[in-house]
Design a protein around this ligand. Structure first.
Ligand SMILES: O=P(O)(O)O[C@H]1O[C@H](CO)[C@@H](O)[C@H]1O
Ligand SMILES: O=c1cc[nH]c(=O)[nH]1
Length: 246
């Protein structure tokens, strides 16, 4: 038996599905939708629990902010036998018509991060697993949740002097939303043979004040908290759909 150096979880858990928020506080809110919850470890930004969703064993593990810590989580989860990973993140809309709390199911990610480039050439695509993405879309449609399917831009920068120009550039290219971890998850997951998907809860609307809106989310603003509940529910249902088909 081995203990993973960063997640501090054992390699004999025998769980195939993991839900991955960035924020450790979101792990506790995932626990509310699970039964038989057990806290496994809380080391650095990585908080890990195990529980059941409709009888399916699931892990919830926070990945922290940005590609480097997300890659560490993906690598160590793959080493303990997790085969399906769904990010449930927060993001900022880059297009009009995407409202607070709407879900964006990511179909592909622009690799504006550094971590995925440490693994492989930037021409390598950052795309989700088709069946897992389909299961997420099926789940959201089933529950009649507000959702979109489109592209995201995963970035490493929040406070550079070029943020406004970067956002305008990606808006013009039809990118739907920004986050910081999806590209790294898709690339490293693909290289390690893991099925990945990413669902982003919109916490900043197009052209709205980025910092103010992220503060509102941290304060528990109701539409973004509803979006968070919806993305957790969608990801758990997707795990159930995929596990039932196996
Ligand atoms: O809410 P999470 O999942 O952390 O996602 C988003 O929020 C953080 C930035 O505020 C970044 O990690 C970004 O990807
Ligand atoms: O632009 C944004 C907004 C929210 N979260 C991000 O990572 N980027």
């Amino acid at each position: 038996m081995e203990i993973m150096p960063h997640l501090q979880i054992r390699d004999d858990l025998g769980v195939h599905y993991a839900i991955l928020p960035g924020d450790p506080a979101r792990v506790d809110r995932i626990a509310e939708q699970l039964t038989d919850v057990e806290e496994l470890a809380y080391n650095r930004e990585f908080k890990s629990i195990r529980g059941l969703y409709k009888g399916v064993p699931v892990l919830a593990v926070s990945t922290g902010i940005g590609g480097p810590s997300a890659c560490i989580a993906v690598e160590e989860l793959a080493r303990v036998g997790v085969t399906h990973m769904i990010r449930i993140g927060s993001g900022g809309a880059l297009q009009p018509g995407i409202h607070l709390g709407d879900l964006v199911m990511v179909q592909g990610a622009v690799r504006s991060d550094g971590a995925s480039k440490m693994y492989i050439d930037p021409v390598y695509p950052a795309v989700p697993d088709f069946d897992l993405l389909t299961a997420c879309v099926t789940a959201a449609r089933q529950e009649q949740l507000p959702y979109h399917v489109g592209l995201c831009r995963s970035h490493d920068s929040f406070y550079t002097d070029q943020e406004e120009e970067m956002r305008t550039k990606w808006t013009k290219s039809g990118i739907m939303v920004s986050d910081m971890e999806t590209a790294a998850l898709f690339v490293v997951g693909r290289l390690r043979g893991v099925h990945t998907a990413s669902i982003l809860n919109t916490v900043v609307e197009y052209k709205d004040d980025l910092e103010q809106n992220i503060n509102n989310y941290a304060d528990g603003a109701s539409r973004t908290m509803q979006g968070e509940w919806d993305e957790i529910h969608t990801a758990l249902e997707a795990c159930y759909i995929v596990s039932s088909a196996e």
